[in-house]
Design a protein around this ligand. Structure first.
Ligand code: HH2
Length: 292
């Protein structure tokens, strides 16, 4: 049986800032084609406004991405296009945003520009596999990294949704990628793992992984969960605006109760309320412990 390692209740970034868990990561997709909010924040001013609104709503960090990974065959964008999307947004955000920024990218070149603009976290949906420069960059800069599980490429990952034991395979993969990252010099206390809901996963796989979050938490790394508005939520809860939001809220509440440290969301205000409530009910908020 796996030895259970304990998770830290916070993440200390290289610049001294601290993210207390459970935390809300607000999604800022600077893309024309993201599955839920594509095109809404492609214009830099609107993107900045939205990030500031998410911060005001209580988001603990903002995840900026310039390439969509939606399962319906996302098209790969050239690195210049990805850079042209995120660079002006990052430049403006670094002067105005108080909370930390993570950069959602598979490319070291994009991550490097983002880190130079003040980002403190690399969110890599390929767990540092896509670009061999990513691990050395993370090690050199001492930034935090999110290692996410997926299989296949952006356009075809759903074809790879085949597992003997999805929980065991995802947990073992993330453990191996975390070991690789630490071996490459990434600061161990800044490694975050993510089961990659919807990435080469059917609805059934996502449900199994959500039910097994304690096993993933037992690795000892903070766990990030990205259920927000994904197609399995639409399939289970319904595809209307309200159904998606409440379905997302239920997934986030149970994820926090099961030990998740970060939830990645489109509606930060809703998620903040959900996370606060779930954390208090699960005894993860000191102020509301029964014997406090
Ligand atoms: N999901 C998406 C993108 N990046 N990163 C992590 N760590 N975990 C996730 O679950 C995750 C992620 C997909 O969602 P979204 O950003 O809304 O859509 P798109 O990729 O189409 O921009």
């Amino acid at each position: 049986m796996r030895k259970r390692a304990s998770q830290s209740p916070y993440l200390k970034l290289y610049d001294g800032r601290v993210i207390k868990f459970p935390a809300v990561m607000g999604v800022l997709n600077v893309t024309p084609d993201s599955f839920s909010d594509g095109g809404r924040y492609l214009e830099a001013d609107r993107a900045v406004e939205h990030a500031l609104a998410m911060e005001a709503a209580g988001a603990d960090l903002i995840d900026v991405g310039g390439e969509s990974s939606r399962p319906a065959g996302a098209s790969e964008v050239p690195v210049e296009v990805e850079l042209a999307r995120v660079r002006p947004v990052l430049a403006r955000l670094s002067k105005r945003l108080g909370v930390p920024i993570s950069i959602d990218t598979r490319r070291a070149e994009v991550a490097r520009v983002a880190l130079e603009s003040g980002a403190a976290i690399i969110n890599d949906i390929t767990a540092l596999e896509h670009d061999c420069e990513m691990a050395p960059l993370a090690a050199r800069t001492k930034c935090a990294v999110v290692l996410m599980h997926m299989r296949g490429g952006l356009a075809n990952h759903i074809e790879f949704a085949r597992y003997r034991d999805v929980v065991r395979e995802v947990v073992e993969y993330l453990e191996a990628r975390a070991r690789f990252a630490a071996g490459a010099g990434v600061v161990r206390s800044r490694i975050i793992v993510d089961p990659g809901l919807g990435f080469a996963k059917t609805a059934q796989h996502n449900l199994k992984l959500l039910a097994a979050l304690p096993d993933l938490c037992a690795l000892g790394y903070p766990v990030l969960v990205g259920a927000s508005r994904k197609s399995f939520v639409a399939r289970i809860a319904g595809a209307g605006e309200r159904e998606l939001e409440f379905g997302t809220a239920a997934a986030n509440a149970l994820a926090v109760a099961a030990g998740a440290s970060i939830v990645r969301v489109h509606d930060a205000g809703a998620a903040v309320a959900v996370v606060r409530m779930a954390a208090a009910m699960a005894g993860r908020d000191r102020r509301f412990r029964r014997n406090a």
